[in-house]
Ligand binder design. Structure first.
Ligand SMILES: [Zn+2]
Length: 464
């Protein structure tokens, strides 16, 4: 009932118990410290009556965010969060249609003929396919914060219900960083592959490290030297599907067969992260991948061929795999669907996500950065992000570092120690105690300064 909130905020269970609404014993067993247990699979269909067509916020989600609670915790919070994170709000018929029905046939034909179409015609077809996207009100464009809104409302209920001035929890990012940013590059073609070195050189100037998602088969050769070069440059290698032919999720049999090969390449490359080509996904099948984290779920997918979106800007677990959602518009739709050659939309999304202390994640394709104007634009983005690191406490990290941190944080515990709150567990020194309070009806956060280690030793005690 309230487990997603505890898992997300690491708020002490004792407070929820005091509130008197801690979930009944038994339900607890279906959740692990990593979120969903196997039997609680993410794709469990949501009751049809509550499913929604894409483009409208389901009524019960709206009630969670805006509903009057009078200090009592809304029941069904876990279900509401899962509905968003696992995109269960999309009507099953629509979801299935996108894989198996008429749309899928059209997609197969498109992929078959794609090499024959001139680029301009391809862009034209893509614009037709996405027609009407800007009329959808849900998930909200350009960033949807429905999950964050639900968690904030839960904080509000706890504050009112317990009549406390503040609720302690474990801050979302290490060392008190305000928000987090990951820069990622899906490498689509040989031209993109050959531009990876230039991307890395540009990024080094601004102290930005990134991940490169490589396609193991058919698209281009992946020499061992390239993987070494990326690692030596302080960057990271991830797996970008198997051959990028658009059919990875065409059936369960195809996916499971290909997953075996993907796992072999991941092991060979030492890669622990995955991004699905074109962000096609079926979260029910993801467990077949032997990776630690995934980056295939958009926050709002209006400009992607597969509709939906997880409506959160925070990492979350899909079984044992950590999802790092894509929270900003990709370069391709920005340049070719929205026809913008400026940072405006990225800046707008950044401001919104920083305002919610979330994860800012980018996909910039090396393939589309070779032109002079797009290279300049990318450089401006790097300048902007480096500025945000200094001015706004943005943690620019590699995806594997975020994955590692989030897993550590999941194992940390907030304990009451002589009337104060302390954090106990692995790498607790990196974590900060935070407090949520109400100010003029709005939830605000305060992060406590770092405390000395629990052992009480100061550096002078350790020095010889
Ligand atoms: Zn791709």
């Amino acid at each position: 009932m309230f487990l997603r909130f505890i898992e997300h905020t690491r708020c002490p269970r004792s407070l929820i118990e005091r509130h008197g609404q801690y979930p009944e014993a038994g339900r607890d067993r279906t959740l692990t410290s990593r979120g969903l247990a196997a039997e609680d699979e993410p794709g469990r269909p949501f009751p049809a009556a509550q499913a929604s067509v894409i483009g409208q916020q389901p009524g019960f989600i709206h009630d969670f965010i805006r509903g009057e609670t009078n200090g009592s915790l809304p029941s069904g919070l876990d279900e509401a969060i899962d509905t968003l994170r696992f995109e269960k709000y999309i009507d099953n018929a629509i979801q299935n249609n996108s894989y198996n029905g008429a749309k899928s046939t059209a997609r197969k034909v498109y992929y078959l003929l794609r090499p024959l179409f001139p680029v301009a015609f391809r862009k034209h077809l893509q614009r037709i396919a996405l027609k009407g996207w800007d009329e959808r009100t849900f998930p909200a464009w350009p960033v949807d914060f429905s999950a964050e809104d639900i968690f904030e409302n839960a904080f509000r209920c706890l504050l009112q219900g317990l009549n406390l001035p503040e609720i302690p929890f474990i801050w979302y990012w290490p060392e008190g960083y305000s928000a987090c940013c990951v820069m990622t590059h899906d490498v689509e073609t040989k031209a993109g592959r050959d531009f990876c070195g230039t991307m890395m050189k540009m990024e080094t100037q601004y102290g930005v490290m990134s991940s490169f998602e490589l396609v193991p088969e058919q698209r281009y050769e992946v020499p061992t030297e390239l993987i070494e070069q990326i690692r030596e440059g302080g960057c990271e290698v991830c797996i970008h599907g198997l051959n990028h032919d658009g059919k990875l999720f065409s059936s369960q049999a195809v996916f499971f067969e290909r997953a075996k090969k993907i796992n072999e390449y991941a092991q060979k490359w030492g890669a622990i992260g995955f991004r699905s080509p074109v962000l096609y996904r079926n979260l029910n099948w993801l467990h077949a991948l032997k990776v630690s984290y995934d980056m295939s779920v958009p926050n709002v997918g209006h400009l992607d061929p597969q509709p939906g979106g997880c409506c959160t800007v925070m990492p979350y677990f899909i079984g044992r795999i950590l999802e790092l959602p894509l929270t900003t518009v990709q370069d391709y739709p920005l340049y070719h669907i929205l026809k913008q050659r400026s940072l405006d939309l990225w800046k707008e999304q950044t401001e919104k996500i920083l305002g919610r202390h979330g994860l800012l994640s980018f996909i910039i394709h090396p393939d589309y950065t070779t032109a002079r104007w797009s290279k300049q634009l990318y450089e401006l983005l790097l300048v902007y992000l480096a500025g945000m690191r200094v001015d706004r406490g943005l943690w620019i990290a590699l995806p594997h570092e975020v994955n590692e941190w989030w897993r550590h944080r999941q194992d940390l515990e907030l304990v009451n120690d002589d009337g104060g709150w302390r954090i106990r567990g692995p790498e607790a020194w990196r974590a900060r105690v935070a407090y949520a309070s109400l100010e003029n009806g709005e939830i605000t956060y305060r992060i406590e300064a770092a405390k000395p280690p629990v052992s009480g030793l100061s550096p002078c005690d350790i020095c010889p």
